[in-house]
Design a binder for this molecule. Structure first.
Ligand SMILES: [Mg+2]
Length: 297
């Protein structure tokens, strides 16, 4: 007796389509997408950005910086580490450096806010101070951004290893990026070419240029909307890691971004006061550096 022929189940075209769509939906459901800020999350660039900004400030305002002592320069760079949490975009470093100089040398004062101003007060009130000094110094952000970029390019061209060496990746981050199983995007206010160079040289990682959203690609909330709208990202769990609480609060304001998991990196450029504030915001999870590296892997 021969074996009975196998019965074949005939599916209608409609059923096949439904099953195919369901399979597509299920395969999309798995996986995580991480949007990562760069400075203060991946890279500690404070030494580099302060030194670049000092070089740029000397070019922009040569007469103010004429003959200043090395001790004063060192004091300024020192204070910049303390003030780093207020910097949203690199060019603000130039403004802070000039403001610090005006605090120390009354003769070069051109701003009405400097009298009696302390470094602690700058940390508290930078959002209000910034537009005032820019107006009083007659400065435009676009000019300062260009100058800052040019100074960095020149430093990189003349002394690449010195420039790279002024930056450092946070411990464990290079390996975490190298072995990440999640989809990783960089969302930064740094110019993309600098982030790219640092990832290659310090982490030995190449992140495709389509995955680096740098300065000029629009506000971070818009980048996050773009990422979540991409068809290939449907169903992925979305995560955004930042070290600026103000940026996370902007994301929270956008109802369209409700599905993002938000993290404030404790190791980055934020103050104790900001970390305390974040603890009271249910949407924000505070993240330790070791947990961050673990999550990406
Ligand atoms: Mg940052």
């Amino acid at each position: 007796m021969g074996a009975e022929p196998k019965k074949q189940t005939i599916l209608s075209i409609g059923e096949r389509r439904r099953i195919a769509a369901e399979l597509r939906r299920l395969t999309r459901m798995v996986g995580d997408l991480y949007a990562l800020d760069f400075d203060g999350v991946i890279c500690d660039s404070c030494g580099e950005s302060s030194l670049s900004a000092l070089k740029a400030a000397k070019i922009r305002w040569p007469s103010l910086f004429e003959g200043i002592s090395l001790t004063l320069e060192e004091w300024i760079i020192d204070q910049m580490h303390f003030l780093r949490p207020v910097v949203e975009t690199g060019y603000e470093n130039l403004l802070l450096i000039r403001l610090l100089l005006e605090i120390q040398i009354p003769l070069v004062r051109k701003s009405s806010v400097t009298e009696g101003l302390t470094v602690e007060a700058i940390l508290e009130k930078w959002v209000q101070l910034k537009p005032v000094v820019m107006k009083e110094w007659a400065e435009e952000s676009a000019d300062l951004i260009n100058l800052f970029g040019t100074v960095r390019d020149e430093w990189m061209n003349e002394d690449l290893s010195g420039w790279i060496g002024a930056n450092r990746l946070y411990p464990g981050v290079a390996d975490a990026l190298r072995f990440a199983s999640s989809r990783v995007f960089i969302v930064t206010t740094k110019q993309s070419r600098f982030a790219d160079a640092l990832l290659r040289k310090l982490a030995g990682v190449t992140i495709h240029s389509e995955r680096i959203y740098g300065l000029g690609t629009g506000p971070k909330v818009e980048v996050l909307k773009k990422l979540q709208a991409m068809p290939e990202h449907q169903g992925l769990k979305l995560h955004f890691v930042e070290d600026r609480i103000a940026t996370l609060k902007n994301v929270i304001k956008e109802r369209a971004l409700d599905q993002w998991n938000l993290y404030l990196g404790r190791w980055g450029y934020n103050t104790e006061k900001e970390r305390k504030e974040a603890e009271d915001i249910p949407r924000i999870q505070l993240l330790e550096l070791s947990d961050f590296s673990h999550k990406l892997k």
